[in-house]
Design a protein around this ligand. Sequence first.
Ligand code: HEC
Ligand code: HEC
Length: 242
Amino acid sequence: MPGIVAHGRTPDVFACGYCHLPNGAGRPENASLAGLPADYIVQQVADFKNGLRRSSNPKRLPMAFMIALARDVNDAELRTAAQYFASLKPKPWIRVVETKTVPRMHVDGWMMVPVASGGTELIGRRILETPENLEQTELRNDASGFVAYVPVGSIDKGRLLGTTGASGKTTACATCHGTDLKGVGNIPSIAGRSPSYVVRQLYDLRSGDRAGAAAQPMHPIVAALTVEDMISIAAYTASLAP
Ligand code: HEC
Ligand code: HEC
């Protein structure tokens, strides 16, 4: 693991591995990087730096940290980190479970975490992604992944949207992301990645907060999607092998 991923550069640049993990599998509040094309990684960090990739929630701290880091990291460090993450093979990391009820949760450390008092509640129209084992996740154990609770029926609804485009509402994802949705050339994989992350991207692409030149082909894809569609699509893509 290169120094920039393992330790960062004191005092300005946090270690990429602290947030994205040494195995590049990431956490719900950031992004998985394992196996993404190195040029894509470099381009996204440039977009963060140049104000072309923001969050539609300007108060979102994890995004503010990523943007600050994009301004401080130098080209050589970025290229080294990008090559490292591109060389990793993504592995199954998120178990997707369709359910009517979920453990009652609150936000802790930027993640959804079951409340200590226990109990369950209706899932409603939400995705709740939570560590399989909170303690192991906080220790950054790269063998301990996540479970994503999604609404009943959402995977099939997402599959229909994602494979057919639903009569022009959107376009079949495989057209650009490849038959298994694992990416083609510099177009990233969307298979087996965090559904929370995927919803944020679809939402930020629709709002125009993700507006880099390379993101332009995605704008017509998301223009007519509702948040419920995005939840279904993300449940479907997260359920695929990475
Ligand atoms: C403090 C935590 C943090 C650190 C450290 C960090 N990132 Fe990030 N990174 C994030 C967050 C949060 C996002 C997700 C933004 C979003 O939700 O759109 C992200 C997203 C990304 C993406 C976009 C992935 C995609 O699929 O488009 C890339 C590329 C990236 N980071 C590269 C890096 C590199 C390279 C480093 C180290 C030089 C690094 N990050 C360090 C928090 C971090
Ligand atoms: C016309 C081509 C095209 C089609 C069709 C398409 N995409 Fe994309 N998609 C792209 C490109 C290009 C990018 C890279 C954007 C960038 O570089 O910022 C992308 C990026 C994404 C991202 C962000 C990934 C990341 O790592 O941050 C998601 C999520 C996504 N697409 C989902 C979808 C879904 C879901 C569908 C089908 C409903 C779809 N795309 C259909 C071209 C396409």
